[in-house]
Design a protein around this ligand. Structure first.
Ligand SMILES: [Zn+2]
Length: 212
């Protein structure tokens, strides 16, 4: 990807479902840049507190130092003058301002690499990733493997009841599924089943909760 001459920057988006290796790919690209002695800065939203507060980390435990920011605007303010590569993880947790921020940085000659979920757990496009895909020079869409049938998986299936807080690690709350095995109604179905079971065995309230 080094055939762009001169000072032009560009935007790369790495998207896909959970467990598709987005962060792993982001880390791989950023590491290559560091090895080439380019100045790299990495950002992530403060909402993603999994694994480590000052790192981005993939499920396979690869890590890279990152600055946690509360808004996309904070990224612009924090990018230093001589920075050549900017990495942004969990981009779906930023608002639409991120699109403008990425444009600004790329226009300044920076290589911007953004990783994020392209669909939410209902299978709906997850803003601002669709907008970023439209303006990016390079797009990588990763698939995971469906845990039900083994086909390429493009969806993040939520397997805990609707309404539960997503404090549990992503590993327990979601699994990768293909379009055939994906069921956006599943969290609601699990909730109803759990409630039915709970009302049947109401007096025995000492049962441990199924999942948190
Ligand atoms: Zn499947």
């Amino acid at each position: 990807m080094n055939f762009i001459q001169g000072k032009a920057g560009w935007i790369e988006v790495v998207c896909g479902s959970m467990f598709s290796g987005k962060t792993e790919e982001l880390i791989r690209r950023l590491r290559r840049a560091q090895i080439a002695k380019l100045k790299v800065q990495v950002f992530k939203p403060t909402i993603d507190s999994r694994y480590s507060a000052d790192h981005i980390a993939s499920h396979s435990a690869q890590k890279l130092l990152a600055k946690a920011v509360r808004s996309a605007q904070e990224i612009v303010d924090a990018v230093e003058k001589d920075t050549q590569v900017v990495g942004i993880d969990e981009a779906q947790f930023f608002n639409q301002d991120l699109v403008d921020v990425c444009q600004k940085l790329a226009n300044r000659g920076i290589r911007v690499i953004v990783a994020g979920l392209d669909q939410d757990y209902r299978g709906v496009p997850f803003e601002p990733i669709p907008q970023l895909l439209a303006i990016a020079e390079y797009i990588t869409k990763n698939n995971a493997i469906c845990v039900v049938c083994g086909n390429p998986a493009s969806r993040s299936q939520r397997i805990i009841p609707e309404g539960d807080r997503v404090v549990v690690g992503a590993q327990e709350a979601y699994e990768a599924r293909c379009r055939l095995c994906f069921d956006p109604q599943l969290p609601e179905k699990i909730k109803q089943k759990t409630e039915k079971r709970a009302s049947k065995s109401a007096p025995a309230s000492r049962q441990p909760e199924a999942r948190l």
